[in-house]
Write a protein that binds this ligand. Structure first.
Ligand SMILES: [Zn+2]
Ligand SMILES: [Zn+2]
Length: 339
């Protein structure tokens, strides 16, 4: 079968690789669509030890069951499925306590085991969720990034927050915006350094868009909120600077969600957190429940993918991946590959 193969640092190529065979507890799926994730691009560019070659990357994918291995039940050939990108061990204390997404023994598709940048992929049934007929392969491949947005907001406690600020208008930021709308946020503010991305955010429901190159984000958010600050601020960038701005833009008693792993050390005002009882929440990966919610959001037409998602044949994968890694295009944000 054909796969987008990552043989060595900085290299990607379409290659013929052996067909996957299902181990006990696994099925082989025919990949219908697979997203190129920002974390893969980041690791590719920075030679991150988290994702060393050789590998077949790809962890945001959906498809159809082709072949079932021994000891699998509940799935038959022809079933449409979406895959949870993390394979939890099921035995550690986090798994046993139900924090499966925080399993430290967990594997991610496209790291040690082959991922979805291929025509077919073997996956443990524990990672599968059924994909209803009303959800397209395109939407199916975006269930995982959408679930990241669901997860981030589900950590907050406020219903109908008046103002939600989302820093970053990339894939996750745009998903957070749309989940926030569906969840009852009254006013959305999108922050990004790209005016093209802010325009997309506006089309997807942001009432106010702010480019930090021309506007002071904290001052403007305070101005919009009678001097108080936002009820919820989500940092979907993960840089030291955006984390700091997220804390400063939140009101007293407000909630801040940090997503993204751009930088590690981060300096924020301890006084802002303590004296204002601001709650800083880390958000990582997704639960099965978040994935189910994401499928529901797609099934009920709550999430727009126009004009920011574009599809390409898997055979063009190397070019598209390199392009996104080195010189991101201005006319779309998220690329999906179709094997
Ligand atoms: Zn991802
Ligand atoms: Zn575990």
């Amino acid at each position: 079968m054909k796969a987008l193969y990552y043989p060595a640092w900085d290299q990607l190529e379409i290659r013929d690789v052996p067909e996957p065979a299902p181990k006990p507890g696994e099925v082989v799926i025919r990949v219908a669509a697979v997203g190129i994730c920002g974390s893969e691009l980041h690791c590719f560019v920075t030679h991150a030890p988290r994702r060393p070659p050789p590998a077949i990357m790809g962890h945001e994918f959906c498809g159809e069951v082709l072949q079932v291995g021994e000891g699998t039940s509940g799935y038959r050939p022809g079933d449409r499925v979406v895959v949870n990108s993390v394979i939890a061990c099921g035995r550690c204390e986090d798994c046993l306590d139900g924090r499966v997404h925080l399993c430290r023994e967990g594997e991610v598709f496209g790291m040690k085991r082959p991922g979805g940048f291929a025509e077919r992929c073997a996956v443990p049934v524990s990672t599968l969720l059924p994909l209803p007929d009303g959800v397209s392969p395109l939407q199916g491949a975006l269930v995982e990034p959408l679930a990241n947005g669901v997860h981030a907001l589900s950590l907050t406690r406020q219903r109908f927050p008046e103002t939600v600020v989302v820093i970053g208008a990339g894939t996750i930021g745009l998903m957070v915006l749309q989940v926030a709308t569906a969840a009852g946020a009254l006013r959305l503010v999108s922050v990004d350094v790209s005016d093209a991305r802010l325009q997309v955010a506006q089309q997807l429901g942001a009432e106010t868009v702010l480019n930090p190159r021309t506007h002071d984000v904290v001052t403007t958010v305070r101005h919009l909120t009678r001097g108080r600050g936002a009820d919820v601020v989500v940092d979907a960038v993960g840089a030291a600077e955006t984390r700091r701005v997220a804390v400063e833009a939140a009101r007293r008693g407000g909630e801040i969600v940090w997503l993204g792993l751009h930088d590690d050390p981060t300096q924020v005002s301890g006084f802002d957190v303590v004296l204002g009882e601001r709650k800083v929440l880390g958000s990582f990966a997704v639960t099965h429940h978040d994935l189910r919610t994401a499928i529901g959001l797609f099934a009920h037409g709550k999430i727009a993918l126009d004009p920011w998602v574009r599809t390409f044949p898997l055979l063009d994968g190397a070019r598209v991946f390199q392009e996104l890694a080195t010189d991101p295009p201005a006319d779309y944000i998220k690329a999906l590959l179709l094997p």
